[in-house]
Structure formats: structure tokens, C-alpha cells
Design a protein around this ligand. Sequence first.
Ligand code: HAM
Length: 410
Amino acid sequence: MLQKPRGTRDFLPAEMEARRSVEGRMRDVARRWGYREVCTPGFEDLELFTMRSGEAIIEEMYVFEDKGGRRLALRPEITAAIIRMYVNEAKVAPKPIRWCYFADCFRYERPQKGRYRQFWQFGVELIGADTAYADAEVIMLAADMLDATGVTYDLKVGHLSLVKNLLKGLHPPEQRRVMAHLDKKDFDGLAVTLDGMGKHEIYNSLTALVECRSLDEAFGISGTIPEKDRIEQTTGLLDTSGVPYSLNFGIARGLDYYTGMVFEGFAQNLGAENQIIGGGAYHLAHLIGGDDAASCGFAIGFDRVMVSLGEVQHKKDTVVGIVCTNEGRTRAFEVARAFRNAGIRAEMDLVGRGLGAQIAHASRSADYVVVIGQREAESGNVTLKNLHTGEQKTVDLGKAIAEVKAHGAC
Ligand code: HAM
């Protein structure tokens, strides 16, 4: 028997309903903040992702050549594609541009709980606002969106300029190696790497910076940096807005395009794969042939949010089983349509079961059955049975619909 590819999942109806419900809550938050949905292709020119994605993601990419000999990649993330779309389609649109997206990404990673080869991200990108207000808006929106899902999480906010100030003397590839150690808190590896670069003297400052949790202390370690005012302004806005976060200047992020503020969020009830959001400020547009539009955004790992929420009970549709005799079948189709037109989920027998078998079948999932026999077909009334209470009555169609609707509302 053929199976699905490793690292992918099938979603049955109950799981899809739960996913759509959580996705809907995120969408609603995005809408209220003015972020409008966009959509980009599932694959892009490989080069778009090799430009600034970072080694780890490049190694994990699904790369292929199409029949025309083009080198393409399934998107491992969506930010680069959004900025490509901005440069192609919306360069002259009034700034800032607020966009959101919900789409699947592909990374060839070792699968485990919360880590898949096809996974979904709900993300936002704020393009063309290079201010502390923009940084703060994106973090506040992230917190609002995560709160709307019901997950409990810790948010960590940092800024790359502090570490970069300490790494000033190193070439960008060397800086990236050092930052990768810091991101993982791999201090042994950091010591070896710094020794190899002849830079052991910055070891103590780097480790102290990663551990410190206050701005004054952090600036004391990093030395004076031009971004100080902006960082203070951003954190000041977060403090007054009540967003719960802690400072962490060891955040390096796995992608190479970030330039300033960076942040990550971790679900409190997940194990190894507990990072449920990542984002920050970046510059990408100028690499794709556009202006140097400063941007800021994040992506929520939707599947990890769903794992974190676990078996949450989502509001279930009220279901009506329309059961009928042969004489009632034509009328039953009309009755089913009337329920559906009223917004109610109604299902009919399609395989010619007898009346008793139809009722037994319907009672496995339905809240009500509506019986249409010859008598009902002639009178225009319906027999409505509430499967929870056992109560049964013959009423006109309008009353039956109203009663079922009232059940759905409570
Ligand atoms: P990222 O941190 O690579 O950032 O991914 C964002 C989130 O996607 C992660 O925090 C994680 O929850 C989820 N994720 C990543 N890999 C997997 C996987 N294999 N299985 C399940 N979930 C996964 C980005 O992708 C950036 N584009 C975010 C961004 C937007 N920065 C600025 N704008």
C-alpha cells in the first residue's frame, strides 16, 4: 500500500475543522490590525532563497529543475517571496504596506513531533517603515495573534546590533558562525571557534550579553551603538502596552536577512520543537532589484501551535439527518435544500437504506433527524426529532428550521 511521503501529514475532517477555526482567529487579528492577505507561488527561482536564507535553510531546500531547465525550489519560507512580490507588483504602493499570509513551506528536516517537511506558517510583513513604532507594532501584533489562539508562550526580544558591535572585526561568514553558537547557547563550541579566529578576548562579553536581561547591562557590555535610542523606544512601547516579553540579545535567528530587532516565541508545553514564532526587522528588497525598503515581520509555526493546543474542543456544527421513505424522497431533497439555505448542515441518505437504518446511521453524527414520509410529503410538514432529548414533533418546515437554528446558537 502506498503511504504519504515522510514528514507530511493527512488531515481528516475533525482536524481540518480545528485547524480552520484557529486559522480563522489569526486571520481576524490580522484583519483588525490592517494586514491584508496575499499569496505567492509554492515554488520560486532557487536564487530567491539562496540570496539571504542562511546555510541551514539552503541545505534543507527541495530543489528541482523543471522541463525548461529552470532551477526552482519549493518555498522553505515566505518572506523572500513576499518581498519579491512587493518589488514586482507593489513598489509604488503607499507605505507602509501591511500584508499577511497563510501558506505551506517545505524543508527537508528530520521529522519529529512539531517538525515536518511540509508545514504551515501564518505570517505578516510590514514593508516600508523603518522606525521603533514599526518594530513595536509587529511584536504587539504577534502577541495578539498568539493570544487569540490560546497558546501559552514566552516571548524573547533582542537586537542584532549589540552582538554585531562586539563582532565588528570579523568577516560576515565568521560572524555567522559565532552567531550560530550564540543562538544555540553552545558556549563550548563558541570558545573553540573564537580561539580558531584568534578572538578569545570577546568570549566573556559575548556570553555575558547572551545571559543578561536588562538594557543598561546589555549596553554596558556591547559598548555604544547608534541603535540605542531605537531599542529603548521599542522596548518602552512594549512595556507600556503590557506585552509580556523578556530581553535576549543572544537571538541570532536561522535566516541571514535580519538587520535589527529580532524576536522568538516558545510554547510552554512543547518539548524540543517549542519555537512557535520567529521574526524581526530586515532588508531584502534591494537584493531583488527594488528600493531599500526596510521591513519587519514574523511567521507563526501553525502546526506547532496546533500541537501545543492539543485536543481543544472546537465548536461543532449542528447536523440534521434528513431521512425519508421512497414516497418522501423528492420532498426530502427540497427540505434538505431549505435547511442548507438557512445555513444548517443537512445530510441525506444516498444509498437506499430503509427508514430505521437511516435513523440509526444519522444518529451517529446528527443532532436532529427530520423524517419525510408520504404523510409529510403531502402535508408540507416535517417530523423533527431531537436526538439528544428524544423529543419528537410534527411542525411546519419554517418552525423546524427555527428550532434547529436556536440549538446551534446556544
Ligand atoms: P523561521 O523561524 O524559520 O522564520 O520559521 C518560523 C516558524 O516556522 C518557526 O518559529 C517554527 O514555529 C515554524 N517552523 C519552522 N520549521 C518548521 C518545521 N520543519 N516544521 C514545523 N514548523 C516549522 C521564518 O520562516 C521567517 N520567514 C519569519 C519572518 C517573517 N521573519 C520576518 N518575516
